[in-house]
Design a protein around this ligand. Sequence first.
Ligand code: GUN
Length: 286
Amino acid sequence: MIGNRQIIDGTAIAAKLRAEVATSAAALREKGIAPCLAVVLVGDDPASAVYVRSKTKAAREANVDVRDHKLPATATQAELMAVVERLNADNEVDGILVQLPLPAGLDSDAVIRAIDPAKDVDGLHPTNLGYLAQGRPVFVPCTPKGCMRLLREVGVELNGARAVVIGRSVLVGKPIAMLLSNANATVTICHSKTDDLPSEVRRAEIIVAAVGRPEMIRGHWITEGSVVLDVGINRTAEGTIVGDVAFTEAVQRARAITPVPKGVGPMTIACLLENTVEAAVRRRGA
Ligand code: GUN
């Protein structure tokens, strides 16, 4: 807290969620069910390798087993599909995550469609996105789920609130817009073709930035007292990491805001683990 302004501590809230997951996972183990996440990594993109290592470490700490499957960048679509099919058929595997983006030449949509929706802990299968669109979510994509948890932790009233989502990706923008709308917020989705983005942002009490453009959202666009979630992770020429929001400007106006890093980022892995335990409960009837 700075005065009545809050910098949302994503690291602490994610640690709390991971501790909750660890407790649920330990209870499942008592019943002979070991929640298990399979992580599939294709190629050697360094950022993806870092994410996969963090997922593996966090899972083990939360009493969730991990099976790593590494394929070379030269893997064919058929080889990758065969791995997914094998994991679909393996009763001990509760969740399947294929790390994105895939190397050029591989069809990620086809791979996501091949994952058993009951094991789709990323929530990206059309079946799970369809359930979310119907307002009866089963698996919710991890980053949007983490954003909703942050809003809950901060005590934001969503009912009737005006929300703006900047970005319309399948991974973040679209699902977060559906979640906010399902929670009775009035949601505007903005993107690269939006006319007068500053005015759209100014109208909102809740702002979710997920465009992938460094510090694009300026502080003077933000209405005093709004809540800002910054999903962006952008590397600058100087090698630092910044969000999609100009933080030092925005923090002067927002009631609550996530920093980058240590804001939304840590929530994604925590929600992945939560989804994996939910998958184990649903699949194995615990
Ligand atoms: N790459 C970056 N974020 C994600 C994510 O949430 N899921 C997957 N599968 N890959 C990602």
